[in-house]
Design a protein around this ligand. Structure first.
Ligand code: AMP
Length: 143
């Protein structure tokens, strides 16, 4: 199973923000859309960073809500691990586990075309396990 197959199922929508958006507005977007991260892009839809709920909680928890008046660029992660559509789900899981993050933007020709979250990966793995166990049951019953 590949990233392409997951995107075919869930679609290519990604919530993006610009680096100059205020953190309080980015936090509102995360809450309104019930998501854990937004991808930060430039005018050409190139990935320049990622901002997760964890980043917001870390700075507010450490320094207080005054930091919410800063732009996203002040705290976003700039070195973003991305993937392409051909990447397999086990490779993706390995990257998420070793990097300790739950979101991976998908790029094609350097431009953002989707995002995979840990929830998408778990959903896909569960479906795959269900297919395997169904095939196993069919096999056993046919012998
Ligand atoms: P998450 O688990 O995705 O909420 O993010 C945990 C931390 O990793 C936060 O500091 C994020 O900014 C960062 N992060 C999230 N996704 C990525 C990614 N694909 N590449 C690099 N860092 C990331």
């Amino acid at each position: 199973m590949t990233v392409r197959a997951i995107l075919d199922g869930k679609g290519h929508d990604v919530l993006t923000v610009t680096p100059d958006l205020l953190l309080r507005d980015a936090a509102r977007l995360l809450a309104e859309h019930r998501i854990g991260a937004v991808v930060v892009t430039d005018a050409d839809r190139r990935v320049v960073g990622i901002l997760s709920e964890r980043d917001v909680v870390r700075v507010v928890g450490t320094d207080g809500p005054g930091r919410l008046d800063e732009p996203v660029s002040a705290i976003m992660t700039r070195k973003v691990v991305t993937c392409d559509e051909a990447q397999t789900v086990p490779q993706l899981m390995e990257n998420m586990t070793s990097g300790r993050f739950r979101h991976v933007p998908v790029v094609r020709d350097g431009r953002l075309i989707g995002i995979i979250s840990i929830g998408d990966v778990v959903k896909e793995r569960l479906a795959e396990m269900e297919r395997e166990s169904h095939a196993m049951r069919e096999y056993i019953m046919s012998t």
